[in-house]
Write a protein that binds this ligand. Sequence first.
Ligand code: KG4
Ligand code: ZN
Length: 339
Amino acid sequence: MLVLGLETSCDETGVALYDTDRGLLAQALHSQVAMHAEYGGVVPELASRDHVRRAPRLIRRVLTEAGLTLEDLDAVAYTQGPGLAGALLVGAGLASGLAFALAIPAIPVHHLEGHLLSPMLSVPQPDFPFVALLVSGGHTQLMRVDGVGRYTLLGETLDDAAGEAFDKTAQLLGLGYPGGPAVAQLATHGDPYKHRLPRPMLASGNLDFSFAGLKTAVLTLYNRLGPDSAADIAAAFQLAVVDVLTEKALAALKTTGLRRLVVAGGVGANQALRTRLTVEAQRHGFTVFYPPLSLCTDNGAMIAYAGALRLAQGVTDGGFSVRPRWELDALAPITMKVA
Ligand code: KG4
Ligand code: ZN
């Protein structure tokens, strides 16, 4: 089965072709980062319009690269939510239009499910069950994953997401958008132990997170020390986030008794986090799986892949709708089935 995946939930237009026999055949991505940079964050209306402009060309590109045509498609998978309503509508509209014209199903995919399953596109693939640490710009969650569509929320952030904390810290330190890579880069020039920032919720006794206070602590420190200390502050901030994410992930493995950890979402691209988790994995005897770096941030491949798995489960059509707000653990293994 050949599935075209469309990701348009935020500021990346991602398109990919996944074949259930041959794997990922082609993928293309257009990042809107440069366009939004001058506003210091994503402008939803501009994002939607850009998806409209970019997506058709990217679809052509992946088809050409794979030596295929639209008629070869068996289904079109698209991000139904969560995300920006207007941006989601572009993917939903395009998928529905193509599906209608080609008389094939348009499969709705939950964006976080895409992230969560993306490590399965790498080798070796993690077996179920596993604990997933989902760390993106909008979400920070620990999930127990027993199979496709079988997700149990173990803990999540009570306020800002980890990626959001990186983005806000970047703004405070005068770095650009998106903040994660910029803070991580600056942190390589700083001493993470020179200033100590709080580790919010570390001793909370549960698997929830909170990052809003950390951002305030960064602001206080920056106001006191000034721009010359920006690199040390970035390093201290990154260390605090890595400490909390690592400790909570370890606690989730301990609580569930599982031995496999899957890291997904944009912050999963963070090298300091990856290094620490790899060290802890060796020490505690668990295995950690990451998607390839290119699949950590938003992309079409994870949507095509999740769509292919949903197709195999019997999901056949999502109707034309988007869900800007959508809890992952509300997903059923089979969300819709048309006889
Ligand atoms: O998963 P993603 O691409 O989009 C969402 O679904 O939110 O995640 C984007 C987030 C942004 O907040 C970005 O700053 C963060 O991931 N990010 C990073 C890194 N690369 C991206 N955070 C820390 N270190 C990185 N290297
Ligand atoms: Zn994402």
